[in-house]
Design a protein around this ligand. Structure first.
Ligand SMILES: *[C@@H]1O[C@H](CO)[C@@H](O)[C@H](O)[C@H]1NC(C)=O
Ligand SMILES: *[C@@H]1O[C@H](CO)[C@@H](O)[C@H](O)[C@H]1NC(C)=O
Ligand SMILES: *[C@@H]1O[C@H](CO)[C@@H](O)[C@H](O)[C@H]1NC(C)=O
Ligand SMILES: *[C@@H]1O[C@H](CO)[C@@H](O)[C@H](O)[C@H]1NC(C)=O
Length: 582
């Protein structure tokens, strides 16, 4: 349906990612690494005598181009102008690009069949929010099929429809008015893998059917609705859609979920609301089994600082259960959790490795259960704005493994919870390759190393940094992964940053020169780099991991076994809901 042009898959070599980097040409911009990868997009859906044909084509997002569509020419806010020179003369198109998860990108454009001879003309066609809301521009859904990471695998994303349900199911293809599965006897759950919906259709007009859909990402659309993108790995023919877009809504009173699907891989065709789509489902949540009586009869105090919603952890202080945990599948167990408060908005935890169905405190919390475990770091989802960043003022340094690139890290002097990071050419500071925006959630010192946990606002991810402050004018900093990795050596392997100006110097500078741009007007997505600018090339960066599984196997790196805290936690019971995506 969208005139997406095919291009051969062998134009893409992962090497390209690294070689294009330094050949800067005027009028080139870069896509953040989070946007890059190989994607499938629906190219056509046709009705033939033997049924419907769903065709997909491949779209590759390189650091500086989307081959066939054009080279990244300029970017602002969510818009990018691509320059296409394949026809001999340059022509320009404007695209509105939204990253909804590591696997889903939604693009709006006037149409790929239109192209303008000047950037200015293309600029006037950038989709407005009004045009997007009223569906007056073309939508192109990109579903990631391969990433540029070593294993090429796409991210595991936790399904927003969480738990076990019974459901009814109806197909609205206009050929009949009966409901295919009228009784709520069919079953849906994201068990055992939190990233996959298992559907079991039962007592339906078409008989029985099993299906497994992988959640690719969920987001709030410009129309205010919740959307969910799904991939059916079992579809290998063209007769069925491989990718699906759905809308859903949860009734806050009953927890009932309304889910409806579009007819194909778009989020628009035959999809009008959570109750109104090509296929609709009503999901009735199953009541989880009630906890064992020992849980109900044990009442204890609970540390206030743990309360609230964390990245992958819900701690509910109203239901205090003694070291009793349950996952989305209703699997429950007694286990030992060791939680440390690192800052107002940061906690770290370790789970005991020997969970048990039976409550025996001395066994599940014995010294052995934390041996070899590593800390999982969690940021508060609605952070209190108390903590500042580890630096104030403006620092610069040189990327350790790419000395032609210069980095600048500056605190927001009017709002000390924010830091701004840019990587640019050392020769020409206006050639900016990457910009990042951090909110510091908290920091703490351990073994002479300062750990800072941050929320990256431009791509909505969490990152930890390890640093050493040599003196107020000199710091060394290294990326420490999504959970603060211990044992890194910022002084030996990190990037050295030297202070160029204090906040008062910056403020003095500002009074004599025009004020810099208002941070709130900064683009919401940033030019990127393909490198990790914080670490040396030969250094192993911890891969983002789902650190929310109920750990059953021991991890390798060492950490001291807790004693006193475990004991105090025995008097501090809690219910935690652990979300396991993989
Ligand atoms: C669906 O899966 C269930 C549970 O794994 C199995 O018992 C049933 O036979 C399957 N049904 C079909 C139609 O494959
Ligand atoms: C609890 O576990 C400990 C250590 O394994 C064991 O010695 C004790 O007998 C257990 N208690 C009960 C009531 O099973
Ligand atoms: C947090 O920020 C809000 C809005 O910026 C402000 O009104 C409030 O006073 C701040 N709270 C603290 C504790 O700084
Ligand atoms: C620096 O880069 C800009 C493009 O961002 C270019 O216009 C300018 O000419 C360059 N300056 C030098 C000295 O190369």
């Amino acid at each position: 349906m969208f005139p997406v042009r095919h291009h051969s898959s062998n134009t893409m070599k992962s090497l390209v990612v690294f070689t294009v980097f330094f050949h800067y040409v005027a009028g080139v911009c870069y896509f953040p690494v989070e946007y890059q990868g190989i994607f499938a997009t629906q190219s056509s859906v046709s009705s033939l005598s033997q049924g419907t044909m769903h065709q997909y084509s491949q779209v590759t997002i390189l650091p500086d181009a989307i081959p066939v569509w054009g080279v990244c020419h300029t970017k602002f806010e969510n818009n990018v102008i691509l320059r296409d020179s394949t026809g001999g003369e340059d022509c320009y198109r404007c695209f509105h690009v939204s990253l909804h998860s590591g696997n889903v990108i939604q693009i709006y454009t006037e149409g790929l069949n239109k192209c303008y001879s000047s950037e200015t003309a293309a600029l006037l066609t950038c989709p407005t929010l009004h045009a997007i809301k009223t569906r007056r521009v073309s939508e192109i859904m990109l579903y990631k099929s391969r990433s540029f990471t070593q294993d090429g695998l796409i991210d595991r994303v936790f399904c927003p429809i969480n738990g076990r349900f019974h459901f009814t199911y109806d197909v609205n293809d206009g050929t009949e008015s009966s409901v295919e599965c009228p009784e709520p006897s069919s079953e849906l759950s994201n068990c055992p893998r939190g990233s996959e919906l298992q559907l079991r259709f039962r007592r339906c007009s078409f008989g029985e059917l099993n299906m497994s859909l992988r959640c690719l990402g969920d987001w709030r659309g410009h129309d205010g609705q919740r959307y969910l993108a799904l991939w059916d790995p079992a579809v290998t023919t063209h007769n069925q859609p491989r990718y699906r877009c759905a809308m859903y809504s949860v009734d806050p009173a009953t927890q009932k979920v309304y889910l409806s699907f579009s007819i194909d891989a778009t989020c628009t065709n035959h999809l009008h609301g959570p109750w109104d789509g090509y296929e609709t489902m009503e999901l009735f949540p199953l009541t989880p089994p009630s906890p064992p009586s020992v849980v109900l009869t044990t009442a204890c105090d609970f540390p206030r600082w743990t309360e609230g919603a964390w990245q992958h952890l819900l701690i509910d202080a109203r239901e205090l259960f003694a070291l009793y945990s349950t996952n989305q599948c209703g699997e429950d167990e007694f286990t030992c959790i060791w939680i440390k408060k690192r800052a107002v908005n940061v906690i770290e935890y370790q789970m005991g490795v020997s969970p048990s169905k039976v409550y025996n405190a001395s066994r599940i919390c014995s010294d052995d259960v934390f041996r070899g475990q590593t800390w999982k770091t969690q940021g508060r989802l609605s952070p209190e704005n108390l903590s500042g960043c580890p630096i104030t003022g403006e620092y610069t340094g040189v990327i350790p493994d790419a000395t032609e690139l210069c980095a600048r890290l500056s605190s927001d002097c009017s709002d000390p919870q924010h830091m701004h990071y840019t990587v640019s050419s050392c020769r020409n500071a206006t050639e900016v390759y990457e910009e990042r925006d951090y909110r510091c959630l908290g920091q703490w010192s351990e073994g002479g190393v300062m750990y800072t946990f941050t929320h990256r606002r431009d791509v909505d991810t969490y990152e930890c940094f390890a640093g050493v402050v040599v003196n107020p004018n000199e710091i060394f900093i290294i990326e420490a992964g999504t959970s603060c990795q211990r044992g890194l050596q910022p002084l030996a392997h990190g990037m050295k940053l030297v202070r160029q100006a204090t906040c008062s110097e910056i403020q003095a500078r500002m009074t004599s020169t025009p004020p810099p741009e208002d941070p709130s007007s900064r683009p919401s997505w940033w030019p990127p780099t393909t490198k990790n600018p914080w670490v040396k090339k030969n250094k192993q960066t911890p891969l983002p991991e789902w650190n929310n599984e109920i750990p059953r196997a021991a991890h390798s790196s060492g950490s001291d076994a807790p004693h006193s805290l475990v004991t105090s936690l025995l008097a501090a019971p809690l219910l935690i809901l652990l979300l396991a995506a993989s």
